[in-house]
Ligand binder design. Structure first.
Ligand code: NDP
Length: 412
């Protein structure tokens, strides 16, 4: 039985708090801390109403490691589960090192002033975590997270050799708004307005940027949203998916032996893309500060203030998400192709924890990853991406706690 500190009380933090509270035999006590304490208190009250369980709350500005260090020294949790924003990752890791407390997150560090999603800042902590004898688990959400674990499972059980991985993320839900993002708008829009990038081991045409820390392959770059694939998703049907850069490619190309190509695709409707194009064209998605009436404002932060809070979409959300990995390769000398996936229903998530499926599919794996760590099933000092750990016990718990998954055999 272990004490848990959750940092961040947004859409994902709320699901994590609910799910960890449900895991009564794993977490003896939960403290939910975030910049705005009233949001923690609202979640605590809701958990009490739905589950009859009391969790503690605290105000914390995690941008300064000293604040987190002080809270850790007082509370002494068995684990810090970070679901604040990617900007806080390094500061929270510093505090964990100082107090020798294990760490888990769902998104890699991003510097606030450049939209860059790379692991090297966090991988640079490897030796310090190893020497401190504590584990940091990176990317325990859905993508990154479950998708990485699906790849590790495919490597362990389904294939002798994996050749290609296509991660396909489909949200076929409807929240009734003309334009809204399903998780933090600033982080989401920074991610999808980047040039598309994918990874290939053999850049046969000699094109592309050498992958550096991301193994021996090459990065191929394309214009944002310029590659489309109409994919037939189980339970959801055909949806238009667009190639994006996503952070899990960087770790999977190192950890899935022999893989030759990894790409990431996300579905968007025409209306979403039209709104995004207009917002970009008028400069509202920019992260460069501008002067407005004697004040510096960052356009994307102003836009965030105008858009619906992702957590508020939950109540009237209908439809399903389908996220999975399409993997091809060989098994026992024969070619094989599978789609390993989960389908999640927005309304069912609202019924259970008053959240929509994007927050739910991120929060459940974070809670399950935390359970794996505090029960000692995963205990490897250092900084690790989730596919480096044994996938089977994680997937077993994941299915039990709300995200069942399937393997679909496909013709080769
Ligand atoms: P929200 O914006 O809804 O919530 C973020 C929370 O972090 C808010 O409660 C916010 O506080 C708090 N916060 C921000 N800055 C600080 C700070 N300096 N100190 C303490 N708390 C702070 O985001 P989401 O819940 O949608 O996303 C949370 C994380 O999950 C993000 O890192 C996101 O990238 C990641 N994510 C990962 C996914 C995956 O599949 N791997 C998918 C979706 C999200 P306040 O209330 O004051 O603003």
């Amino acid at each position: 039985m272990s004490k848990l500190l959750i940092i961040g009380a947004g859409g994902v933090g709320k699901v994590v708090a609910h799910k960890c509270a449900q895991l009564r035999d794993v977490f003896s006590e939960i403290l939910l801390a975030s910049r705005t304490k009233s949001r923690c208190d609202e979640i605590a009250q809701e958990i009490f109403e739905l589950q009859g369980i009391r969790i503690k709350t605290a105000a914390l500005d995690a941008d300064d490691p000293k604040n987190t260090e002080k809270l850790l020294a007082e509370y002494q949790p068995a684990l810090v589960l970070n679901v604040a924003l990617p900007y806080q990752d390094l500061a929270i890791m510093d505090a964990c090192l100082a107090q020798r407390i294990p760490y888990l997150d769902t998104a890699n560090y991003e510097p606030p002033d450049t939209a860059k999603f790379e692991y090297h800042w966090q991988w640079a902590y490897r030796e310090r975590f190893e020497q401190a004898g504590i584990m940091a688990l990176l990317g325990s959400g859905f993508d990154p997270g479950v998708t990485n674990v699906f790849c590790a499972y495919a490597q362990k059980k389904l294939f002798d050799e994996i050749e290609t991985i296509d991660i396909l993320d489909c949200n076929a839900g409807n929240h009734g708004h003309k334009f809204a993002t399903n998780f933090n708008p600033e982080i989401n829009i920074r991610e999808i307005t980047q040039p598309g990038r994918y990874w290939e081991r053999h850049g046969e045409d000699g094109q592309g940027e050498p992958a550096g820390e991301a193994g021996e392959g090459r990065w191929k770059q394309i214009e944002p949203m310029s590659m489309r694939w109409d994919y037939d998703f189980p339970e959801v049907g055909v949806k238009a998916a667009y190639l994006l850069y996503h952070e899990e490619i960087e770790s999977l190309c190192r950890n899935i032996k022999g893989v030759k190509s990894i790409r990431f695709w996300m579905t968007f409707g025409d209306s979403y893309l039209k709104h995004l194009e207009v917002l970009q064209n008028v400069g509202l998605t920019s992260i460069k500060p501008i002067e407005y009436q004697g004040q510096q404002i960052v356009p994307i932060q102003f836009l965030k203030a105008l858009l619906p809070d992702p957590a508020s979409l939950a109540k009237n959300y209908t439809g399903k998400t389908c996220i999975g990995c399409l993997i091809s390769g060989t098994k026992d000398g024969k070619r094989r192709k599978v789609f390993i996936y989960n389908v999640c229903d927005h309304a069912a998530c609202y019924q259970e924890v008053r959240s929509q499926a994007i927050s739910y599919t991120t929060g459940v794996p974070a809670a399950v990853g935390a359970a794996m760590m505090v029960t000692g099933k995963w205990n490897r000092p250092g900084v690790h991406n989730i596919e480096e750990l044994d996938p089977e016990p994680f997937l077993e718990l994941l299915g039990k706690h709300g995200l069942p998954w399937q393997v679909q055999e496909l013709p080769v």
